[in-house]
Design a protein around this ligand. Sequence first.
Ligand SMILES: Nc1nc2c(ncn2[C@@H]2O[C@H](COP(=O)(O)OP(=O)(O)OP(=O)(O)O)[C@@H](O)[C@H]2O)c(=O)[nH]1
Length: 387
Amino acid sequence: MGLSTVICIGMAGSGKTTFMQRLNSHLRASPDHKNPYVINLDPAVLKVPYGANIDIRDSIKYKKVMENYRLGPNGAIVTSLNLFATKIDQVIGLVEKKNDAYDHCIVDTPGQIECFVWSASGSIITESFASTFPTVIAYIVDTPRNSSPTTFMSNMLYACSILYKTKLPMIIVFNKTDVKKADFAFEWMKDFESFQEAIRNDQELNGDLGMGSGYMSSLINSMSLMLEEFYSQLDMCGVSSFTGDGFDEFLDIIDKKVDEYNDFYKIERERIIKEKELKEQARKDQSLNGLMKDLGLEDKKANNGNTDDSADVVSDLEEGENDGLVDRDEDEGIEREYTFPGEDRLEGEVNDRTAPDLQKKYQEAFEQTSKQASSETAENIARYIRQ
Ligand SMILES: Nc1nc2c(ncn2[C@@H]2O[C@H](COP(=O)(O)OP(=O)(O)OP(=O)(O)O)[C@@H](O)[C@H]2O)c(=O)[nH]1
């Protein structure tokens, strides 16, 4: 089995870094597993309590990003990730070389979850891993803090949005079980009635001031079906990053999720990528056809074999046909200054339908321009980021 990636995501303070530290030491101590390859993507963390093979802080100085770009803490995290994302191919290349030496590549993400999950660079980084290795999301939850049913549901909705956004297998990891066991959460996820009961109790306990009051409880009730569907796609486990409890189970679930990735998610992802490519090709063909049509160069076959030049092209209009279109201005005789590069044209000629290779030339020019445009765009983005 080759290397698989585990990306740790979770709300601020849920214990991602401590979880990473424990997972790292657990894997190192286990005779059944190889040491993990560890990546830190949190540019703002002061101290990384595990030895990282790749650390975003080595290449990007968070404080400098804040100063140079005059950004606040979150803006600086996003910008640091943007800068890092420009190098992601190199990072993936490095990890790929370790494919045989490691079983797991574990990735820590910034404390501010939205900076990673909802940023373009977060998506690029996740996508890059997911398209190269089987990739699983470990969504870390602070169990004691989620014992209120409404806080729990908000957290689950967040996890749900990540699942649907990344389209990757997900494990919900209830952390800090040394403080509070996660049984209540498993129960709520398996049996929606028990969750509704918890909301009713919360309401009774806290009255109208309680989070479970009125509007919230009816919102939660109406979301029950959606949440049930979401829970059915997940695996969950309870761990304590302090004591190491539950980590064996977590690793078993990772193996299961990697199989799931290979059997289902990979095929689904490839289908989606293929579909996108086809759509993109269709869009390009359409704009090329539009261009050809505008130039009066559409395929003759498209005219049902009618070789008569019946399509309205600029040259036709010049004849002064009464076609209801706008008449030319008085500057009729003035030759247009623009022309198509490399085209040998006769004076005043607008469309030369007799040139047999013209369509081919336009096709080449179109492809050339779109290639040039995309590399120019990439260069512009890189220049902008460097500035
Ligand atoms: N009791 C207990 N505390 C934990 C556990 N895991 C983490 N903590 C504590 O939770 C707090 C947050 O842990 P971190 O690992 O810094 O959490 P984080 O999600 O990486 O934090 P940010 O990156 O700042 O968002 C720290 O005080 C940890 O000591 C655990 O399993 N049990």
